[in-house]
Design a protein around this ligand. Structure first.
Ligand code: MIG
Length: 665
């Protein structure tokens, strides 16, 4: 059952697609303390889930999370905000599950037992919002119950129903992708493809980071480094490989640059209070931000993707759309003025840090976000009042354009920043993680939360973006990423090269990627069923075994689709790990795509050895797992499947298939 409440005068976000009457009063399960502040008592057993892409565990208790889309590349436990604002929270006690969705683009603070362990406090920056309260009981006209439903899963499914169907990518987007910030030319890309070919490692896509553009200008190509781009796209496509370029939010200010000129002429850029276009800076130096909140601007910007679609491109990633700001023109002036004022001084304890602070706070500065305006639904809004919608609207611009520009073909799209609602237009990647062991765990823990919020197509930079990776880290990370819909190896400029073919143990890595390809019929089928049934693709154990307290406390094992559980090793130099089985399961030990061992294990704790070249999967009782013969691209995968079963017939598995490319109606 879902009830919708209105607080004050909310800004419409169009994240909810089901029209619903407003119930008078306030949500029953929350205590309204004061203007925009809610409280709920948490018992010792209450678990709190949701919030999508954030730091820390699956159970969010014991920290404070702030929805405020931020380009912060250091994802440590100390942080409160990452790139996303996904305000869905699920509070679950022994026999009581309730979900809340706070639909407001303003900052929202979720104090989940931070001040007091036994209290959830939600503070809205401004007391204007729609609040949805979702309980597990189903009204007749609400989404159909599934046999596997448990209280948490029901709440999530109902929530997912009102926010609309999750984005569905083309099937090739389940293949392996190689990316790196630093590929400079057509030749660099050709070498990557050659490297994979020679090492016989499957590959479906190569990503083009900012260097494919001419001077970092959106919708341009550097003709010197990428001569005959359409010919290149075709040459690569003939090998069944897709090139996926990046698009940034900022439009370079440059006389004669078409996107800039048109944007000025047709009034598409965000303005300052005085009506002049707001000047910020990102990669190309000075830029304007397209006012993507405005419908006409979304149409205009979305149409621009045709520049690349027309050249044969069929996938994109949207970056820097929090939007990230290196500095604003006004902010920079101020900073120089301040810095000059320190000149000649004896910088001591009091002044030295003030001095360094001037530069440290210049990027993503709150003053800048409060100094430009949008036109949204016919009204003027200061950016900071609806900051969290910007990335959503950028991806929506693309998604809506694709429906017109590519009506017969799905286009790959994922974004860095997001708000619920964006899940209908694209997936997300989790941004600039590090090559740290703790970030494998973070990756594991973000996945179910993203699924709850509708972001089914998601994944992390495999191997880690910043910092230098190592062979063992990459191998272990692969044992997570081969199960995530988006499976991409990406790294930052200046870090150690991490294409799989460069590693001495590339044979082991090849084996893992081959296993991924063998799993694609299953993974795709489970993904599609989750999308079409408004369900979870990756679940925490508590969603399936709510009665089992041990399972509910398990934060480093996941259910992937209906048939399997994974328990990746994520600590360095471990030779295995303890795995908790919430029921009897069949352990499947793979070395590459070769099944080495099958063994039924009883419910309970087991220490499982897992060497660096192995992947261990647990098959649930009464379930079957289809496997294909691996191929070097998804296009070459055949549908002759073999099945591994545990007390089930192969025929019991409900395999979803389609052509993988026609948009699903
Ligand atoms: O501030 O385009 O998260 O994936 O490689 C860096 C360069 C800008 C941030 C993205 C990252 C990408 C990088 N971008």
């Amino acid at each position: 059952m879902i009830r919708k409440y209105r607080l004050g005068d909310p800004i419409e976000t169009e994240s909810v697609v089901c029209p619903m009457p407003v119930t008078e009063g306030l949500p029953e399960g929350l205590l309204y303390v004061s203007e925009g502040c809610f409280k709920k008592v948490l018992t010792e057993n209450t678990r709190v889930y949701g919030l999508g892409e954030t730091v820390r565990g699956i159970n969010k208790r014991g920290w404070k999370y702030i929805s405020n889309c931020t380009d912060d590349p250091v994802h440590t436990e100390t942080k409160h905000s990452l790139y996303a604002a996904q305000n869905f929270i699920l509070v679950w006690d022994a026999d009581d599950a309730v979900g809340y969705y706070f639909d407001t683009p303003c900052k929202v603070e979720f104090d989940v037992g931070y001040e007091r362990y036994d209290e959830l406090v939600v503070r809205l920056e401004t007391p204007d919002a729609y609040v949805y309260e979702i309980t597990p009981d189903l009204a007749e006209n609400e989404s159909k119950a599934s046999e596997a439903d448990t209280p948490c899963r029901r709440v999530v499914r109902q929530f997912r129903h009102i926010i609309g169907r999750s984005y569905i990518p083309p099937r090739w987007a389940f293949g392996y992708g190689q990316s790196r910030w630093g590929y400079k030319s057509r030749e660099d890309i050709e070498n990557v493809i050659k490297g994979y070919k020679e090492a016989d490692i499957p590959l479906d896509s190569v990503y083009l980071d900012i260097d494919y553009m001419d001077a970092f200008k959106d919708f341009t190509i550097n003709e010197k480094t990428y001569p005959d781009f359409p010919g290149f796209v075709k040459e690569v496509k003939d090998k069944n490989i897709h090139l996926v370029p990046i698009i940034d939010a900022g439009v370079k200010i440059e006389k004669g640059y078409e996107v800039y000129e048109e944007g000025i002429e047709q009034d598409h850029f965000c303005k300052k209070e005085d009506g002049t276009p707001f000047v910020a800076a990102v990669w190309p130096g000075r830029v304007h931000f397209p006012d993507l909140l405005k419908k006409e601007t979304r149409e205009w910007f979305g149409e621009k993707y045709s520049f690349l679609l027309d050249k044969g491109i069929d996938g994109f990633w949207n970056d820097m759309n929090e939007p990230a700001i290196f500095y604003s023109e006004d902010g920079l002036k101020e900073a120089f003025k301040k810095i000059r004022s320190f000149e000649g001084q004896n910088l001591d304890i009091g002044t030295f840090f003030q001095f360094t602070n001037v530069v440290e706070t210049i990027n993503n500065n709150p003053n800048d976000y409060a100094s430009f305006y949008h036109e949204y639904m016919g009204k003027r809004f200061r950016h900071d009042k609806l900051h969290n919608l910007y990335g959503y609207m950028m991806t929506r611009a693309a998604g809506e354009a694709f429906e017109k520009l590519s009506p017969d073909k799905r286009i790959l799209m994922f974004s860095r920043s997001s708000y619920i609602g964006m899940h209908r237009y694209g997936g997300v990647w989790t941004g600039d993680n590090d090559s740290w062991w703790s970030h494998i765990l973070l990756n594991i823990q973000q996945l179910p939360a993203l699924n709850m919020c509708g972001f089914l197509y998601c994944g992390a930079d495999t191997g880690g973006f910043s910092a230098n990776t190592t062979e063992d880290l990459m191998l272990r990370w692969l044992t997570v990423s081969i199960f995530t819909p988006l499976f991409r190896n990406h790294s930052a400029l200046g870090t150690r090269d991490q294409e799989l073919y460069r590693f001495p143990h590339k044979d082991w890595m090849r084996g893992m990627v081959r296993l991924r390809y063998a799993l694609i019929p299953y993974l795709y089928s489970e993904f599609m069923k989750a999308a079409l049934n408004e369900d979870m693709y990756i679940q925490p154990l508590s969603f399936a075994y709510p009665e089992d307290d041990r399972a509910c406390c398990t934060e480093d094992q996941l259910l992937v689709g209906e048939s399997i559980m994974i328990a990746p090793v994520y600590t360095q130099n471990a030779k295995g790990r303890y795995v908790y089985l919430p029921e009897d399961m069949k352990m499947l030990r793979f070395e590459g795509d070769v099944l080495k061992e099958e063994k039924v294990l009883e419910k309970g704790d087991h220490y499982i050895d897992v060497s660096l070249k192995e992947v261990v999967v647990f098959l649930r009782k009464g379930h079957a797992l289809p496997l294909a013969k691996p191929a070097n691209t998804t296009a070459e995968l055949k549908n002759d499947l073999t099945y591994i079963c545990f007390d089930a017939d192969p025929g019991s598995y409900d395999l979803y298939t389609d052509d993988g490319i026609t948009p699903v109606k």
